[in-house]
Each structure stands twice: as structure tokens, then as C-alpha cells.
Design a protein around this ligand. Structure first.
Ligand code: GLV
Length: 307
């Protein structure tokens, strides 16, 4: 019975070490090891190998990231459970990045960076956090953790999700019917949705038009959720005041793409949150323990929902 770590050997070595103490009976293979495929019960990987039937005894397929859109859940053998990464290191990094982005957008950092490039010493009207309404598209684990970090600043907090949620201190909206009302009361929109058929292209001209004029966007979901042409138009006509993007479509963003040099846009190269091997190894080991004990798994993907 074995576990295959199909990613970089540095992080794999850390998994091997932590598994040796938490799951001593489990053999851990790395990507370049000579792996007997029938021994593999558990596989951790960024994307699925071409042919999963090469591992006839596979039970658990772990995504190395929080997202699982790179897997085609519908083509997975029915007995294979797909699990997204839920681990403290990744959650903490997302809390940091969302706090960074929300504060940067709230305090006009993109505009001041543009002023700096133009050697312009000029202040802009500032508003209080209590007057800046933050709206989360997506209210999963990462969004809820980020919301906790934002609470002390005093921002009015709201969120929209597909199905109904109740989160203390957060005005919760759900379903298509409540989306316009959510957008109409959002000054900084934070997208933390998973990529699914429903969310692909969701951040489009129609959605931007439903935000208050001068709203800002923090995109930490997935590149294909955003219509980049519509974003450029909304920034140029003033409907949006600024955008911070950690994900684009495609990645990397092509050299000649107008988003790179747009004065209202800040781009980071998909670094908001990265799986941390020490904490991830513990989270994966805990899920293997739960699986063996017949208990519920953390981060189990619902194949029909796609996340
Ligand atoms: C990063 O985007 C992840 O899915 O963890």
C-alpha cells in the first residue's frame, strides 16, 4: 500500500518525513521513483496523469492546490475520491493576500503607484473602512478565513454564494436572484469562487454594471472567470476604479497584453496562496487516517457540483 507524491522532490521529501511518523506503514514514492502502479492507493498531484486506469487500486486523488478545475471530475473512475487541498498554510497565505489586496484597493494604492511613476505628490479623498463595503463572491473556507481577518478593520462585510450560508457578522446573499442586490451594495468585490461551468466568464460587463460606480475588484479565483476585455472597458469608462489580479487567462499573461501596463491594474503571478508542505502533509495524512477509519473526508469534491 503506497502514496505517490507527483510534484517537486523538495516538497515530496517533507511529505515523506512527516508521513514516516504519522503513517509509518505507508510507503511514499516520489514522481521519479520506479513506482509499481498497482501499489498506489493515494496520489497527490497538480493535475491528473493522462490515464488514471494505470493505477488500478487508486482510492484517493489529492489535488495539491485548493482548486480542482484542472481535473475532469466527470471522467474520474467512480470509486476514486477527489479531494481539494484544505490546509492551514494555504489558508493563512490567502488571509494575508486578501487583506493586502483589500487594504491596497481601499487606500488607493494602485492610483498612488501611478502617481509615483508620474512623480505626482497629490492626495486623493480618503474614506473610512466603515464606509467601504466588501463583498465576497464565494463563501468557502478561504473566503470565510479572509473575512475573519478583515473584521477588526470595521469594513461592512457581505458575501454571495450559490447555496444559502449564514456567517456571523456577514450579510449573506445566495442564488442568482439575490446577486444583483449583493453587487449593488459592494464597493470592493473579492472573487474567491471555484472555476466551474457556472462561474466561467461570470465577471463580465453585465456584472460590472451592477456594482456601484467606482467599485474595485480583487480577483483571486481563477483566470477564466474574468472577461479581461470587459474589465479593461470598465476601468477605462470609470465604472471600475481599480483591479488587483492574482490570476489571469492565460497564465502567464502574454507580454503584449494591455492589462500589464494599465495604470489602474495591479498584477501578481498566481502567488496569493501556495500549498505549504509541512502543514499540507499533516492535512493529507489526516484525510488518509479518516478514510481508513471510514470517517468523513475534509475537502471531498462533489463530482456533480465540481468543487
Ligand atoms: C492555487 O491556485 C490553488 O489552487 O491552490
Amino acid at each position: 500500500m503506497a502514496f505517490l507524491f507527483n510534484s517537486d522532490p523538495e516538497r515530496g521529501a517533507i511529505f515523506r518525513e512527516i508521513f514516516a511518523s504519522l503513517l509509518p506503514d505507508l510507503e511514499v514514492f516520489q514522481r521519479d521513483d520506479d513506482v509499481p502502479p498497482e501499489q498506489i492507493r493515494y496520489l497527490l498531484t497538480w493535475s491528473a496523469p493522462e490515464d488514471l486506469t494505470a493505477y488500478p487500486n487508486l482510492e484517493l486523488l489529492f489535488s495539491i492546490g485548493a482548486g480542482v478545475d484542472q481535473f475532469n471530475a466527470e471522467t474520474l473512475p467512480p470509486h476514486v475520491k477527489l479531494i481539494r487541498m484544505v490546509e492551514d498554510g494555504l489558508i493563512r497565505m490567502m488571509q494575508e493576500y486578501v487583506t493586502l489586496g483589500v487594504l491596497a484597493l481601499h487606500r488607493d494604492l494602485p492610483a498612488y503607484q501611478d502617481h509615483q511613476r508620474r512623480k505626482l505628490w497629490q492626495s486623493l479623498p480618503a474614506r473610512q473602512a466603515t464606509d467601504c463595503r466588501i463583498g465576497f463572491l464565494g463563501l468557502g473556507r478561504l473566503a470565510q478565513a479572509a473575512i475573519e481577518r478583515l473584521k477588526p478593520f470595521g469594513f461592512p462585510l457581505a458575501g454571495w454564494s450559490r447555496s444559502e450560508k449564514q456567517i456571523p457578522g456577514v450579510r449573506c446573499f445566495h442564488g442568482a436572484a439575490q446577486r444583483p442586490g449583493f453587487l449593488a451594495q459592494t464597493d470592493i468585490l473579492v472573487c474567491l469562487l471555484p472555476l466551474t461551468a457556472q462561474t466561467r466568464g461570470m465577471l463580465d460587463q453585465d456584472l460590472f454594471a451592477q456594482l456601484p460606480r467606482g467599485a474595485r475588484l480583487l480577483q483571486v479565483g481563477r483566470g477564466p472567470q474574468l472577461d479581461q476585455t470587459a474589465l479593461l472597458a470598465a476601468l477605462d469608462n470609470g465604472q471600475l476604479a481599480a483591479a488587483m489580479l492574482d490570476v489571469t487567462d492565460p497564465e502567464p499573461l502574454p507580454q503584449d497584453h494591455p492589462l500589464w501596463s494599465h495604470p489602474k491594474v495591479t498584477i501578481t503571478p498566481h502567488i496569493a496562496s501556495v500549498t505549504q508542505p509541512q502543514t499540507a502533509a499533516r492535512a493529507v495524512a489526516e484525510n488518509i487516517r479518516r478514510h481508513r477509519a471510514g470517517q468523513d473526508l475534509i475537502g471531498l469534491v462533489d463530482h456533480t457540483r465540481g468543487y
